[in-house]
Design a protein around this ligand. Structure first.
Ligand SMILES: [Zn+2]
Ligand SMILES: [Zn+2]
Length: 333
């Protein structure tokens, strides 16, 4: 009997699905790409044809210009070469999908990046039982257990209200995290205008066009110091400590990231208020997902592979690492 998934080949630049003559999230331009989501380490410009959800295609068009896109909605499936290909919600960012590949009686799911928690800006992860589950492991160590998001948002609001002569500047990645933090704040009843860095404007507008309400957003650039007192300002992480932030009234520097679980990282980034809010599965989410899907094999794409591989072996699941390069560049989490 052929090895399970023998029709899939992995190369440093991505996963090649031979009977479809297509690549999943290739890091170099390819004639045919199946793209899980819009983050820069998964979606690149310049492919011949791109199969992705309509939301991911819109994000790619914003970042790279119009693509030769083949939109595939959640739950739809199509035939590519000799493979049935389906897109299922991954719960990571707007439009993010797991890609379900069926060929020769085998079902293989490529998760892309995913999380299991509820997120007001994207669809909840849908578990698809499969023979091979190809998973990320960004936070694949038992030390990574993300707290409840609502509690982190409450800490942010508490800090904001404890000294209204200051503003709270939150570092958040431009795609996904920024919009999620805004939507979570709204959900917690924060109705004040939220000020955003110019680099976030287009992506926030794209989310709104796709039906994600973000409330009143104002450009931070051009707002006076007095106007910003007692307000929340959201900016990409790179703007936290640069000249741009000097215009703000004595900002409390916060950062929303799964990495904020590591105190040292927060200190290095001069973050006064670390918020552990992640768009990736934590250790419990990774292991619960594998238990739930009961795959025969787990292939691990990127992150902390060793611990997860060991956990799989302890649970009688065959596991291996794929050694792809170039993922996790954007540091989105
Ligand atoms: Zn991602
Ligand atoms: Zn990623």
């Amino acid at each position: 009997m052929a090895r399970l998934g023998s029709w899939i080949e992995t190369f440093p630049e991505g996963i090649y699905v031979r009977p479809a003559d297509a690549w999943v999230d290739p890091s170099r331009p390819k004639p045919r790409a199946l793209v899980t989501h819009g983050h820069g380490d998964h979606a690149r410009g310049g492919h011949g044809a791109v199969f992705a959800t309509p939301e991911t295609l819109a994000i790619m068009a914003l970042r790279y210009g119009e693509q030769n896109g083949q939109p595939v909605g959640y739950g739809e499936s199509l035939r590519v070469g000799d493979v049935d290909v389906g897109f299922v919600p991954a719960g990571h960012v707007l439009g993010s999908a797991q890609i379900v590949l069926e060929h020769a009686g085998e079902k293989i799911v490529v998760s892309g990046d995913y999380k299991r928690r509820e997120d007001p800006t994207c669809h909840l992860f849908v578990p698809v039982p499969c023979d091979v589950f190809i998973t990320e492991a960004t936070f694949g160590l038992p030390v990574f257990r993300h707290p409840e998001t609502g509690g982190e948002i409450d800490r942010l609001l508490h800090r904001l209200h404890s000294d209204e002569s200051r503003c709270v500047l939150v570092g958040a990645y431009a795609l996904g995290k920024a919009q999620r933090v805004i939507a979570e704040l709204r959900r917690r009843g924060h109705e004040e205008p939220i000020y955003i860095h110019g680099a976030l404007e287009k992506m926030c507008a794209l989310y709104e066009e796709h039906g994600i309400a973000l409330g009143e957003l104002r450009p931070a650039t051009g707002a006076s110091k007095d106007e910003l007192r007692g307000k929340i300002v959201i900016a990409p992480p790179g703007a936290l400590n640069d000249r741009w932030s000097r215009r703000l009234p004595d900002p409390v520097t916060a950062m929303a990231s799964g990495w904020m679980r590591i105190r040292q990282r927060a200190r290095q980034a001069n973050v006064e208020l670390p918020l552990v809010i992640s768009d990736h599965a934590d250790w419990d989410e990774l292991t619960c997902t594998i238990r739930e899907l009961e795959p025969t094999e787990v292939w691990i794409t990127h992150g902390r592979e060793e611990a997860l591989k060991h956990w799989c072996l302890m649970h009688q699941i065959k596991a291996c690492e794929l050694n792809l390069v170039g993922y996790e560049d954007e540091g989105e989490d």
